[in-house]
Design a protein around this ligand. Structure first.
Ligand SMILES: NC(=O)C1=CN([C@@H]2O[C@H](COP(=O)(O)OP(=O)(O)OC[C@H]3O[C@@H](n4cnc5c(N)ncnc54)[C@H](OP(=O)(O)O)[C@@H]3O)[C@@H](O)[C@H]2O)C=CC1
Ligand SMILES: O=C(O)CCC(=O)C(=O)O
Length: 421
């Protein structure tokens, strides 16, 4: 891989889209840099009485189209650059889906698996104490991401309420239902991708009973496996951070999910599922019609992209394919449904949660699914049409689609400096 940073590589997509639209340079100048990123150290008491500090960030990348929105990641490899890049992607994701949000993201550099539940709660609350002036229902609205979940969002939302002395459920989405969370947020990331694939199946050349390989078996990967298996497709390979398994005749998805929920690794379940243990790279090259990266960024590079046999890639993860790898995939005729569209179901149902919190009236699951389907099909079709009309990749089309909306909003704001409060 080149010396370019993750953000440098992400910005290539902005430049490409800007060239297609002949955008005013003022627009790209505004979108090239994060608006503000705050870094802090969180000092918490550990169960053994010692104190330990953790680096943490929150980035509000761009708020032209509304309050910034994006998840909080707990990961030992998190960096400021990763947070800013994820926030850049959120900016474009919210614009692709036409949600009234800008983009943000946050992280704590921590391996949460090494913490007890009470340490995890203290750390989550410390994050909100540090960033209480940055987040807010009309300013910046966090949500779950890698290694964070509804329980953590519940603690965070409770901490915010205690600090402000008000009950403001709309400050954070992805909360437990009991605290104002939305029905359907748990599987929304996967469901958005699933609706997209189903809507474009004919154009993508995917039959009703296609085969699927999934990299990463957490929230996004597990729910995708469940939805696609229930629709008659066959999940033939999955991986987690510790290994990968393959069974050409299809894996028992419910057994796998139950095992993961019990704290097991997928490779440890291979023999009872009649599957073969394979390497992480072998997962990419198994015989499957659809490959679903659902783990971390930069997993598919120019070094391993050439081995991929799938017809289609559905990026449930953010940034799993490097720009170099994109070229290899394009050369092989593989269609990539890009992250800012493919995994946007999560933030779309987060938007529904925020709307329900603000109106104080809650929708049933049927209504959530119907609203999500409508937006995914509308924006998915728009992106596909741009791709065909302009003869560009679906990724370029998604950026063109989003940038058009961002540019219109930036121009509508006028020429005065933006309020920096
Ligand atoms: N949750 C959401 O609503 C959204 C998530 N996303 C994106 O989806 C991706 C996954 O997030 P999510 O499912 O929420 O996260 P989770 O924490 O629920 O799951 C992450 C999964 O990725 C696996 N993983 C980590 N490293 C590797 C690796 N090197 N190789 C293979 N698997 C690995 C983990 O393995 P293990 O089980 O061993 O820990 C785990 O199964 C991220 O890119 C995230 O930003 C995008 C939109 C919304
Ligand atoms: O639900 C949200 O608000 C954001 C989810 C997220 O972090 C993402 O889409 O990458």
């Amino acid at each position: 891989m080149s010396d370019d940073t993750l953000l440098d590589r992400a910005l290539i997509r902005l430049e490409e889209a800007a060239n297609h639209l002949q955008i005013d340079p003022d627009v790209t100048e505004k979108l090239k840099y994060p608006r503000e990123t705050t870094k802090t150290r969180l000092l918490i008491r550990m169960d053994d009485g010692s104190r330990k500090s953790f680096l943490a960030w929150r980035c509000r990348y761009d708020d032209t189209r509304g309050p910034t929105k994006g998840g909080i990641r707990f990961h030992p490899d998190s960096t400021i650059e990763e947070v800013e890049t994820l926030a850049f992607w959120m900016t474009f994701k919210c614009a692709v889906m036409n949600l009234p949000y800008g983009g943000g993201k946050g992280a704590i550099r921590v391996d949460p698996h090494g913490l007890s539940k009470s340490e995890l709660e203290r750390l989550s609350r410390a994050y909100v104490q540090a960033f209480a002036n940055i987040i807010g229902p009309d300013r910046d609205i966090p949500a779950p991401d890698v290694y964070t979940n509804a329980m953590i969002m519940g603690w965070m939302s409770d901490e915010y309420n205690q600090i402000t002395g008000q009950v403001s459920p709309a400050v954070i989405t992805g909360k437990p239902i009991a605290l104002g969370g939305s029905l359907g947020r748990n599987d929304a990331t996967a469901r958005g991708g699933f609706y997209l694939v189903r809507h474009l199946a004919t154009e993508l050349g995917l039959d009703k009973d296609h085969t699927v390989a999934i990299q990463g078996f957490g929230n996004a990967g597990q729910f995708y496996a469940r939805l696609t298996a229930a629709d008659g497709n066959s999940v033939v390979a999955v991986s987690d951070s510790a290994g990968a398994i393959y069974r050409p005749g299809g894996l028992d998805v419910e057994k796998l999910i139950a095992g993961k929920n019990a704290g097991r690794r997928v490779a440890d379940m291979a023999s009872e599922l009649g599957a073969k243990v394979i390497t992480a790279d072998e997962l990419l090259s198994v015989e499957a019609d659809l490959l679903v990266p659902a783990a971390l960024e930069d997993m598919i590079t120019k070094d391993n992209a050439g081995t991929i046999k799938a017809k289609v890639l559905l990026e449930l993860a953010n940034g799993p394919v490097t720009p170099d790898a994109d070229k290899v995939l394009e050369g092989k005729g593989i269609v990539v449904l890009p992250d800012i569209l493919a995994n946007a179901g999560g933030v779309t149902v987060s938007y529904f949660e925020w709307v329900q919190n603000r109106q104080g009236y809650y929708w049933d699951l049927e209504e959530i699914h119907a609203r999500l389907l409508k937006i995914v099909e509308r924006e998915g079709r728009a992106v596909w049409t741009i791709a065909k009309d302009r003869n560009v990749s679906a990724r370029s089309a998604a950026y063109i689609h989003a940038l058009g909306r961002l540019a219109t909003a930036i121009e509508a704001h006028g020429t005065q400096p933006f309020f920096a409060g």
